[in-house]
Design a protein around this ligand. Structure first.
Ligand SMILES: N[C@@H](CCC(=O)N[C@@H](CS)C(=O)NCC(=O)O)C(=O)O
Length: 309
């Protein structure tokens, strides 16, 4: 049985990014199905409150956010690389385009078009997640603008492929492909009639076929109970704190996403780098775990230790 676990659900676009990276690396992994909406009783004991998907688990080390998950996959399984042409910084920075403006355009087109077909429980859940109304009327009105935005994103992708290269950064697939691809996949999967907005660029259609053909590596189902057992049985990996954060090493801290789903994760600062924070926590049922989050897009707050009286 593998200890490389991805907590996900099949329709999750950010999980698709990670699944393609698992495919590029040809990894064997366990898929742990998590619910699409709250509650998530088998996820939160691992993450300490973080509810978003995907989450990667390796023993008692828990990695939140697709950006850090892909980075950690590269660190642990460097060959074949997610950076076939080098350009590591740029390929990772690309997520700030694909996961934000491109993803927001995809979301608006999908949900604006699906409108009334969306379950009320999903709408309520996503309102709680974002802290803002899930305004279907507004999304519907925005369809023409957001469709044009998507086409404009598509034009950039098409331009990147214009010299006949097979993948976005050259002749081999990498993180840049996974980053862009999951948005196309999301549209195809969630509202197929809009897929033409991108795929009527002939080069994008051919590139999509190549990315789809990469697959997801070798996946088997792992139950949430088994994942929790694995965390309980494992020791956390050693960690070190970067010089910039030295005054907080081992001290109580809270980390939280700065966009949506800001649920705080509290513990002590276990590790850090320019790319991540690791927070050590003790769960009553699982024992010690370390929850890792990316640095970009997450806040770190020192917590004062409550006095005894
Ligand atoms: N920046 C995060 C975004 C994750 C995200 O928004 N995931 C969606 C699903 S694809 C989510 O968690 N939705 C709410 C939920 O599933 O509970 C990442 O890259 O992992």
């Amino acid at each position: 049985m593998t200890d490389l676990l991805l907590h996900h659900y099949d329709n999750s676009p950010f999980s698709e990014k990670v699944r393609v990276c698992l495919g590029i690396k040809g990894l064997i992994w366990g898929a742990v199905e998590q619910p699409l909406i709250m509650p998530k009783p088998d996820l939160l004991p691992l993450t300490g409150g973080y509810r978003r998907i995907p989450v990667m688990q390796i023993g008692a080390d828990i990695y939140c956010d697709s950006v850090l998950i892909c980075r950690e996959l590269e660190r642990r399984f460097p060959t074949p690389t997610l950076f076939p042409d080098g350009n590591r910084g740029l390929a990772q920075a690309l997520a700030l385009w694909t996961d934000r403006s491109m993803f927001q355009a995809a979301v608006a087109v999908i949900f604006g078009n699906r409108g009334e077909a969306i379950a009320e429980s999903f709408i309520k859940d996503r309102e709680a997640l974002s802290g803002a109304p899930f305004d279907l009327a507004k999304m519907k009105m925005a369809i023409p603008h957001m469709s044009a935005q998507l086409r404009a994103h598509g034009a950039l992708i098409d331009e990147q492929l214009a010299d006949g290269r097979a993948f976005l950064t050259g002749d081999k697939p990498g993180l840049a492909d996974a980053n862009v691809w999951y948005n196309l996949w999301f549209i195809e999967n969630a509202y197929a009639p809009a897929a033409h907005l991108l795929t009527d660029y002939a080069r994008i259609a051919a590139w999509s076929d190549r990315v789809r053909a990469i697959g997801h590596g070798t996946r088997s189902a792992v139950s949430p109970a088994e994942a929790l057992e694995q965390a309980k049985a494992a020791l956390t990996a050693p960690g070190s704190v970067a010089a910039d954060d030295a005054d907080l090493a081992g001290k109580p801290v809270t980390v939280f996403a700065d966009d949506y789903g800001r649920d705080p994760i509290s513990g002590t600062l276990w590790s850090s780098s320019p790319f991540h924070f690791g927070v050590a926590r003790t769960d009553p049922a699982l024992g010690d775990v370390v929850v890792h989050v990316p640095r970009i897009g997450f806040g770190l707050q020192a917590e004062s230790i409550p006095s005894a009286n």
